[in-house]
Unconditional design. Structure first.
Length: 167
């Protein structure tokens, strides 16, 4: 992949975990392989059932730690993109509540800040992310991991207009 210009790989998406029964160990192996091959992992994390923001932060940062542990132990880790997608909101008509999204993203960012081996990492939101969310997040959502809205040119235009307005 690196030889053909790829520099970012998505790992651990909830739907892939569900359909192919990928385990935490397999995801950790893929993260390790990404770092070993000079690819930046986009690591998907998310809690299975709706919980408080604090519980969600504890759950997803524990996932992140499990997924990066082998690469960290081998001295390979570097910056990642963490895509927070609460499993319970994937495909839902509405994303998780705005305050939940903002709180969990902030918790993941704080966790990453405490992990110098992951310096330069970023956090984005998936889970039915779409038009209007960046505006409602008032600049506290660092990016979106789009699913079905990525196939709608009008939705993309609206999201890009939001980005411009927030810049």
């Amino acid at each position: 992949l690196r030889e053909i210009g790829v520099d970012l790989v998505e790992i651990g998406h909830a739907e892939r975990r569900s359909l192919f029964h990928e385990t935490d160990d397999e995801i950790a192996g893929k993260v390790h392989a990404a770092f070993r091959n000079h690819l930046r992992p986009l690591i998907c994390v998310g809690e299975a059932s709706r919980a408080s923001s604090q519980t969600a932060v504890a759950d997803v940062t524990a996932q992140l730690d499990r997924f990066t542990a082998t690469a960290v132990a081998d001295g390979l880790a570097g910056s990642v993109i963490v895509a927070y997608e609460p499993v319970w909101s994937i495909g839902a008509p509405q994303p998780a509540p705005d305050d939940h999204i903002v709180d969990v993203l902030a918790g993941i960012e704080a966790h990453l800040a405490s992990r110098p081996e992951l310096a330069g990492s970023a956090v984005i939101y998936g889970g039915s992310a779409g038009p209007g969310l960046l505006t409602r997040g008032q600049g506290r959502i660092g990016g979106l991991f789009l699913g079905r809205f990525a196939h709608d040119p009008e939705a993309i235009r609206t999201i890009l207009d939001e980005v411009t307005a927030l810049s």
